[in-house]
Design a protein around this ligand. Structure first.
Ligand code: APR
Length: 319
């Protein structure tokens, strides 16, 4: 039987997700939004491209959770995106309320789904989504690390004039200004990035700029767009996670996952490498961090913890 993916939020990311999923024929798609016309219009528009692109999936736009019933995967983008000058943290109060509603909808209609959260501020919203919905922790995961790593790899490829495909790297920690690019775990054409620095092929300052640009990758796009935030790369990242789950690919991907002692962190969601297969988050992969990476990772965790404390202040039920 064909799989079913429901997208909660049919805005910029939701629409792009629907299009990508359809073109890949990954699953039937339900686009859900409180703005019913938006969901219906996008579903119909994409469906009308099927005769051209030759894909065969059903697309439905709705504002009823009933239509999302028994989804295999749910991708949540419902919320308010950042406006210029607004930090991810400012969004917390508004988006927590939205996520409470969404969690109730998921709990009632698709309690067995694999749920991928994109709504910001990511690490805390995904934690709230898990708590409000009561779904198992290995079935609720946040999309951030793939996007941040992809931005980092792209900037490196531009600087070094090497195809992105030849670059391996990952960005961990919270999805915010404290995210940590793992320099020691970055390989260019299978050679450690460190060697490139030693040989002077990339200057330390240049690398620092790239790390900084990665951290502010989302803000750079918001500034250009003026209205709304990035959507192509975030959607592509979430599709990679959904595909690994649906096809049991067991890919190792950096995601915001629930930590229960791994990396010395307990009872918090944060960006770490995980294996995604048909059981959801099947494993948190613990890579060895060097002193600098450890220090920066801990700093990042501290900021996630602070945001989590702020969320608990807004709603005691999240404690
Ligand atoms: N239930 C369902 N959908 C909702 C709800 C709700 N309670 N509240 C708002 N929405 C919908 C809005 O109607 C809108 O169509 O969520 C959609 C969000 O879409 P956009 O505003 O276009 O935002 P987008 O760019 O897709 O980003 C979504 O991802 O990267 C993060 O920070 C970003 O939190 C934001 C989210």
């Amino acid at each position: 039987m064909r799989k079913k993916i429901s997208l909660i939020g049919a805005g910029q990311i939701g629409g792009t997700l629907a299009h990508l999923i359809a073109i890949k024929e990954l699953a039937d798609v339900v686009l859900f939004d409180v703005a019913e016309g938006l969901a219906k219009g996008k579903a119909l528009d994409i469906a009308q491209s099927s005769a051209i692109d030759g894909f065969d999936v059903n697309l439905l736009g709705t504002n009823k959770y009933e239509d999302t019933k028994n989804s295999d995967v749910i991708i949540v983008t419902a919320g308010v995106p950042r406006k210029p000058g607004m930090s991810r943290d400012d969004l917390l109060g508004i988006n927590l309320k939205i996520i409470k509603q969404v969690s109730d909808g998921i709990k009632n209609s698709s309690p067995k789904a694999f749920v991928i959260c994109i709504t910001n501020p990511l690490d805390v919203i995904v934690m709230a989504l898990q708590k409000y919905s009561g779904l198992p922790k290995n079935k609720v995961v946040g999309m951030a690390g793939i996007l941040d790593s992809s931005r980092f790899k792209y900037f490196l490829s531009q600087e070094l004039n090497i195809p992105v495909k030849k670059i391996r790297s990952l960005v961990l920690g919270g999805h915010g200004d404290s995210m940590v690019a793992m320099i020691d775990h970055t390989y260019i054409d299978n050679k450690p990035l460190i060697e490139f620095i030693k040989k002077g092929k990339i200057k330390k300052e240049k690398l620092e700029n790239i790390v900084e640009r990665t951290k502010k990758g989302g803000a750079e796009i918001i500034k250009y767009l003026e209205r709304g935030s990035a959507f192509y790369a975030p959607a592509a990242s979430a599709v990679e996670m959904a595909e690994s789950y649906l096809k049991n690919q067991k890919k190792e991907l950096p995601c915001a996952a629930y930590l229960n002692g791994e990396y010395g962190v307990k009872n918090l969601y944060a960006g770490v490498p995980v294996i995604i297969g048909s059981n959801g988050v099947e494993k948190v992969v613990e890579i060895k961090l060097n002193e600098e990476e450890r220090k920066n990772f801990d700093k990042s965790i501290k900021s996630v913890q602070e945001l989590s404390d702020a969320a608990v202040k807004i709603d005691q039920n999240l404690a």
